[in-house]
Design a protein around this ligand. Structure first.
Ligand code: G4P
Length: 523
């Protein structure tokens, strides 16, 4: 058994665009001592954008396409924050990132409540029983009534909610945030009305000194609301939280730094350390002796000077040491990992060692793919990294037909990274690419041009959707005979049925009960 494993919390923030994820990320890093000036996360993003051509899209659309890992430490615990792209077109990438975390923080805008993207991401967390801490952001502005927000979370997400803190007023009436369990009031100070350390300990909500700290109106409201909050909702239960049945709710303002320290403390105290990861033939415990991990993301172009790509591996067990040889299960030879990278807010460092829950970047030339399991030689495979049926299919047409080879290489590379899926029809030479969101098409064209010097156009595809098919040999053969013109192979040679509509999928499915049609393919 591996002993003395250092403490890790590996988590992601899920939210709808604009709820405040970037601001909260920045403040978490600031409080964790990983950055020293507010504004650095954005500044760093801008530097990177300026250097990288294809990220022009990000700039034009004002969204963040890439996702990365940020590490910070506080109170002896290492926090690995996995950033997820907020834009809905990139949900596939986000979903995969969520397979690599042990818990999540859900950020909600106090004025907007649960928004569509929050809800979608929440559903993914629920599928994997990922425990969630809720952060209701922007209480320094006018927001919706706290009870309405809590009830919405409880009803829409079918979760027990447990308020951990309570705002004394919102917007113009905002006088601070009261910690319902520690009985501490944090208040805004100075012109900026930031939280700058004005913190008062009380004996309870009935402490007479509270009347000196807040206005009479604020006090009356706090008394009434906090009583209801404490008695009207579930009591905090760490087991229920860890099972994904209850979410503790913090009210705060990332911008004004309210609730950030409490959030980190709660992650440290309650969020689960690395959990056993689902695998075949059996789940792998973090205490398993040997090193195991899986690749949940591959990113090219992190450094425009190099054509290397970085595969992000979540370490699931064992103690990793630099130079170790790891083998991708099912394909490939052992790889000596000489330059594993650990990610900090602004820096990257060579990882001399890493522990379960850590994310290391492995530079490679395309040998590692999303979904790969890496081990010291054991034959196991981590499960549950989904490949989604594409919702948009396009035919790729070369402007210069002599560039076929380059195009194939580029499409294979990008399929490997999980940017797009590629389908090679059994008949004909029209390569089809598939994506789950429109934005991926722009990224694809832009990268073809910038990185591979291939000018291409996208035309409507004769097909509208695709399903991975499987079944016994005889059934597959019979099916292939009749449907050859609608069959293609994906990057890994798996057979895919191309359909003109979801209706057609249903129709063909009804007539071929021996064939399984899968909208996702687990890698
Ligand atoms: P995102 O990553 O979830 O998309 O959101 P982001 O942090 O970029 O925040 C979206 C907007 O909300 C930003 O304003 C940000 O300053 C603001 N914001 C975030 N947290 C709070 C908060 O606690 N209180 C208030 N009042 N505002 C908050 P912006 O005007 O769009 O951008 P910027 O020009 O201020 O950077």
């Amino acid at each position: 058994m591996t002993t003395n494993r250092p403490d890790r919390r590996t988590f992601a923030i899920i939210s709808h665009p604009d709820a405040g994820k970037t601001t909260l990320t920045e403040k978490l890093l600031l409080f964790g001592g990983a950055i020293h000036l507010a504004g650095e996360v954005k500044a760093r993003g801008q530097n990177r954008r300026a250097r990288s051509d294809w990220m022009k899209i990000e700039q034009q659309r004002g969204i963040s396409v890439t996702s990365s890992v940020m590490t910070f430490e506080r109170d002896g615990i290492t926090f690995n924050l996995l950033d997820t792209p907020g834009h809905e077109d990139f949900s596939e990438d986000t979903y995969r990132t969520l397979t690599a975390v042990d818990s999540a923080v859900m950020v909600i805008d106090a004025a907007k409540g649960i928004e569509p993207q929050t809800r979608k991401l929440f559903e993914v967390c629920r599928l994997r029983s990922v425990p969630i801490i809720t952060f209701v952001n922007k209480v320094d502005r006018e927001g919706r009534e706290c009870f309405a927000l809590l009830d919405e979370i409880a009803d829409m997400l079918a979760l027990d909610v447990c308020p951990m803190s309570w705002p004394v007023g919102m917007g113009g009436q905002f006088e601070g945030v009261y910690d319902l369990h520690a009985n501490v009031l944090r208040q805004p100070t100075g012109d900026s009305r930031m939280f700058e350390g004005k913190l008062t300990q009380f004996t309870g909500l009935d402490d007479p000194r509270l009347a000196e700290a807040v206005s009479a109106e604020g006090l009356a409201r706090l008394h009434e609301e906090a009583e209801l909050a404490l008695h009207g909702y579930a009591a905090f239960d760490v087991e229920a939280y860890r099972h994904g049945d209850l979410t503790p709710v913090f009210f705060g303002s990332a911008l004004k730094e309210f609730g950030v320290a409490e959030l980190i403390a709660a992650l440290g105290r309650y969020a689960p350390p690395p959990r056993p990861q689902p695998a075949e033939p059996a789940a792998i415990s973090p205490d398993h002796d040997n090193v195991t991990g899986f690749i949940f993301k591959v990113q090219a172009n992190m450094d425009p000077q190099h054509r290397d790509r970085i595969a992000f591996m979540r370490l699931c067990s064992g103690k990793f040491r630099r130079g170790m040889k790891l083998t991708p299960t099912g394909h490939g030879k052992p790889i000596a990992v000489h330059s594993p990278i650990l990610f900090f807010a602004q820096d990257r460092e060579l990882a001399e060692e890493a522990w379960p829950g850590d994310i290391i970047g492995i530079p490679n030339h395309g040998t590692l793919r999303v979904g790969d399991t890496l081990t010291e030689g054991e034959s196991i495979r981590f499960t549950g990294l989904p490949n989604f049926a594409p919702e948009i299919l396009r035919r790729v047409v070369l402007v210069d037909p002599t560039k076929t080879k380059q195009l194939r290489k580029a499409l294979d590379d990008m399929a490997e990274e999980g940017v797009t899926q590629v389908f090679y029809p059994e008949i004909g030479s029209n390569w089809i690419i598939g994506v789950v969101g429109q934005l991926q098409l722009d990224v694809l064209l832009s990268r073809l041009d910038a990185e591979y010097k291939v000018a291409a156009k996208l035309e409507p595809s004769p097909w509208d959707t695709a399903r991975w098919i499987s079944g016994d040999e005889a059934a597959m053969k019979a099916f292939a005979n009749i449907n050859q013109s609608a069959l293609a192979k994906d990057r890994d040679g798996n057979l895919v049925f191309m359909a003109k509509s979801a209706w057609e999928v249903g129709y063909v499915q009804d007539r071929n009960p021996d064939i399984r049609f899968n909208a996702t393919r687990e890698r």
